[in-house]
Design a protein around this ligand. Sequence first.
Ligand SMILES: [Zn+2]
Length: 274
Amino acid sequence: MWGRRAFLGASGLALGSVLTACGAKPETTRPAGITPPPTPMPAPTPSPTPTPTATAPAAPALAKVPAPHEAFTGLPGEGNLLAWTVDDGTDTAVVRAYAQFAHATGTRLTLFATASYSSWAENVDVLKPLVDSGQVQIGNHTWSHPDLTSLSDQGIIDELQRTHDRIGELFGVDARPFYRPPFGFHDRRVRAAAASIGYTAPTLWYGSLADSSLISADEIVRLGHEWMLPQHIVIGHLNHAPVTTVFPQLAQIIAERGLVTVTMNDVFSSEQHP
Ligand SMILES: [Zn+2]
């Protein structure tokens, strides 16, 4: 089964780079206390010859597996898939650049939106066609990026529901069941409150581009080499410009390794997205 390890708090920082998130708390290479779980779930079956195309490729032909009902850090089974996920959205130009990169290359992305940032509304024109085609998926990353473990049950629900509604207004999609708890902080109570409104899949990561705070483009490329690996969920951020200067290098890592980018909905089935 998926690891049932609760995240225990801010103290136990994990391996690798420790960085400052868009708040003052660290986001680490992977959520602390979480060992990548063995994944005995059936593997999605990759299409025999994934054919890269210049723009708007069809979703890879995968036999989906049910979305986990607990926190997960990677994609199930063996394969050549990469889930490139990108969070927050404090810099509207970075959101736009990611959308343009996706459009130009066909790269599939899951964007975890912190919906209080104006970048989401400001980039509907470039994002909506990508969301409509399924190439880009929007997940829920709360309204104001709090540590959800510090909120009341109702506070947790309000943070997720407000962003859920905003994503629906802007993009016409149901973001459930995928949410990313800010800083990777969650516990049994957070998961239960989120699940009560349909957010049943806390989506963590195993590998980070470490750019929730400002780091150099070279360091981002180095971390791409380190973490863009088969079946990994990698986290980046829509907050600082350097990543937008090294999209070709990151795309080259993916191409050289024969990785196929996927969204959560490409890999997982759910009530909302069968
Ligand atoms: Zn975040």
